[in-house]
Design a protein. Structure first.
Length: 255
């Protein structure tokens, strides 16, 4: 249930029918390839490993074949091309947890808390997801399993069906924004060689003069820990979203 925007790749851009056949195992099975043990699952796993390690830009059928120690043409026995493979990768990484405890204590709020934290962890494990435009996803079994589990937990909110789906979209959109900010920060540190602390220390003398100028009285009055690393902005924002939903749920229950 991810929703990267403005990405370098787009889900659903391949042969939709063939992709659905592969996702749901409804199409013809591939003939045996020249490399014993090569399967569609292994091809998808290798593709995810490449994207996790080197980014989506490094993904190609040739690169995956090299990782698997086989010829590029062998892969086409299992998947038509890169576009279809990307949709298989997206469904693979969205496989939901089988542990009921991971969805909280059964209440809708704890379920959405768990969804938010799990989605953030998903983006951290697979940063390339933020590069994919999933405005038109191909829905496979893992994506639907995850949505089914979340909807089952939040159905008691008493909202309409479109509103329940909108709740999931809202949480995912918030998490994607937070994950993108975290990723950009990590990329900036890697690219410049400066840690966050070093970056802001370099600006400190200029900023201190600006605060003493009297031009920014509100900023100058802020506590020293305002911009410190100890405040969990992600968790604060997530809880405020859920507080707003709490108000709506109570309103619907009494109205």
């Amino acid at each position: 249930m991810t929703s990267g925007t403005g990405g370098t790749e787009s889900s659903g851009s391949g042969d939709i029918t063939r992709t659905l056949d592969l996702l749901w195992n409804t199409g013809p099975r591939p003939s045996r390839g020249p490399k014993p043990g090569l399967t569609l699952d292994r091809v998808v796993e290798a593709a995810v490993e490449v994207a996790d390690r080197d980014g989506l830009g490094a993904l190609s059928m040739r690169r995956i074949a090299t990782e698997l120690g086989t010829g590029t043409m062998s892969l086409y026995r299992y998947v038509p091309g890169k576009a279809e493979l990307l949709d298989l990768m997206l469904d693979r990484v969205q496989r939901p947890s089988e542990d009921p405890a991971d969805f909280g204590d059964g209440g809708w709020r704890t379920a959405l808390e768990a969804l938010g934290r799990a989605t953030l962890a998903l983006y951290r494990r697979h940063p390339w997801l933020l590069e994919v435009n999933q405005s038109r996803p191909i829905l496979g079994p893992n994506a639907l399993d995850g949505m089914e589990k979340v909807l089952a937990r939040i159905k008691p909110m008493g909202l309409s069906d479109p509103e329940l789906v909108s709740v999931i979209i809202m949480i995912d959109g918030y998490v994607a924004g937070a994950a993108r900010t975290q990723r950009y920060g990590a990329e900036a540190e890697r690219r410049t060689g400066l840690t966050d602390a070093q970056f802001w220390e370099a600006q400190r003398p200029t900023l201190e003069k600006a605060m003493l100028s009297g031009r920014y009285p509100v900023l100058a009055s802020l506590s020293e820990d305002t911009f410190g690393p100890d405040f969990d902005h992600f968790e604060f924002g997530l809880q405020r979203l859920l507080d707003g939903l709490e108000v709506l749920v109570r309103r619907r229950a009494t109205g």
